[in-house]
Design a protein around this ligand. Sequence first.
Ligand code: 2M8
Length: 412
Amino acid sequence: MTDYQALDDEARKILRDNDRGSYTVPTDGLYPYQWNWDSAFAAMGFAGSDPDRAWTELETLFSGQWQNGMVPHILFHKPDPGYFPGPDVWGCSGPIPSSGISQPPIAATMARKVWEQDKGAGHPRMSALVPKIAAWHRWFMQWRTDRGAVCITHPWEAGRDNACDWDGAMAAIDPQGVGEYTRRDTGHVDPAMRPTKQDYDRYIWLVQRGRRLEWDEEQMARDTPFRVADPGMTFMLLRATRDLRAMAEATGFDTDEIDAWITRLRAGVETLWNAELGSYDSRDVVNGGFAQCVSNASFLNWYAGIENADMLAQLDRVMDAVPHGVPSYDPEGPKFDAKRYWRGPTWGIVNTLIAWGLEDCGHAAQAERVRRTTRDLIAEHGFAEYFDPIDGSPAGGGRFTWTAAIWLAWAT
Ligand code: 2M8
């Protein structure tokens, strides 16, 4: 018999242990800083028991916002030798030492969730966040769209670091001159679960390029070898912009510009439909080709309010193919790797977003299937970063903030 009370207690303890006062680290050791979308999930996790702490999490995230509106993917509040690359490698000059790229924009969606649970006392805090979130979304619309689809300039920006989606664009990078560096991630977890050295050379090469160009968006966009339009980012920004609109309306913030973003993003989604694959897919903006990948991000269309019967059939297929879905890459695809991070494993956080979307669009049975499989994985194997979709074993870091957060807010 599963002891749900004990698991709830453990989830709350994980959030407390990873809490650094005004922000939460994803997990002790492996990720010792504040990550953007991890933090948004943490806010959701805190909301049920401590809305004040949930708002603080989001406010701390936006305290690192750059003048151009960008909200960095990592805020390096305190130096920590346990993670590479740190602030000295990024060389950024925002209000808080940070990385120079962003991450999946789910903060608006989570802010709305917190606000819905804390409408009275939370209203002024939500109101204060709205213009900041709008500035961030404006930055995405200005610097990260291609035909309305949201592009990434670094695999880390998508949050799905080594996804097969980027293989083609990564191969176009010649990481010559990147120099020697020491990875820290492989000292914390099994290297077979992490990106390869080939991947890391290119990650670091892209960071060095951004730094050389002083993180100037206009310059970085010129002659870049890496620019990929991502269904995950596009669906998440579309959903988040609708959530931003709801909050803007409630506070009297102008919604005309927000409506125009929604229209453009909606059009962008159409450019990511790969008819040959029968799925939403990443599109290399530099050479125009599709990645030919059904990933877990492909299934975020419902989360963005978009119905698609072919995707429903794809979802049934991938969930029938492995016992513990939703896998981050098609288990029947040629590159599937059950352990390697974003190339096969199941991620509870993405499952959460997929299931919310399914539920909103009236696919209750599918939503319940995704919820149950995620709940059982966590109940049986603990609060891991991600899971092997074939045998369910826990992978990556343990005692993970976002896994604890989805447990408390959604999985049970
Ligand atoms: C992973 O990414 C970081 C780089 O940002 C890393 O591997 O060093 C990803 O899973 C990302 O989505 C996540 O936000 C981060 C912290 O959990 O770890």
